[in-house]
Ligand binder design. Sequence first.
Ligand SMILES: [Zn+2]
Length: 285
Amino acid sequence: MLNQLLPLIALAVVSPAAFSQPAGWNDPFPPHKVMDNFYYVGTKELASFLIVTPAGNILMNSDYEASVPVIKASVEKLGFKFSDIKILIAGHAHPDHVEGDALVKELTGAQVVVGRVDAPATRAFRPGGKEHPIDRLVDDGDTVTLGGSTLTAHIMPGHTKGCLAWSTNLKENGKTYYAFIECSLNMQAIRFVGNTDYPEIVDDFRATYKKARTFPVELWVSSHASFYGLAAKYEMLQKRGPGDPNPFVDPEGYKAHVDQFEKNFEAALALQQSGQGQGKGKGKQ
Ligand SMILES: [Zn+2]
């Protein structure tokens, strides 16, 4: 038994990063236009978006530091320059969305914009000991504007204390759509009962599911590709003919997603309250 465990223990000591990056998450995914000047440049599971403007580009989510070369290749494959990224914004303080901030800053000189509430947790991610760059702090309702594009921050606490969703307007065929870039409603592996790091977590999650239904969402995406069914929607996008709807315009899918994640949360909470299914003090995704 010990012989079987030893390689695992050795791996854990030598390479803790291998355990924090689930297999396949960093694999490349075809970059594509979602709508208007809004492009997907993330990995197979970690969603990153490029907002292209005449004054330079905005990148949302640097993901793991190891994801940055994958994102850079995607940006270039679309015909844009990585060095044209002027602003880097984020959703929330988990390593799979912000660990690469320092490397993106180093490669582009972009202004790094972080939510004020999640800033202390964000600062703690220092791959290779690098200081985590933060150039501007934003609060609920604050906007980021570049070259005629404006994104508005919406605080959606629960998954992290300062989880930020972003909204913007995108145009297609003469119509303007309310686009919503969700933060994360995910409750997996999070401790709700007796979470001394975050005592108000249950109230925050419940308020966030309510708030999630108040946005006039037409087009939506999220921080993880699987949350918004990217693989299936991308396939529909490939087959899209003239006059076919944009698969990312999916208000019903958004409502069903909020309902499902709220149901999952209440079930996990009930399980923890019954003394089973203990989550961790801090979520990992
Ligand atoms: Zn997360």
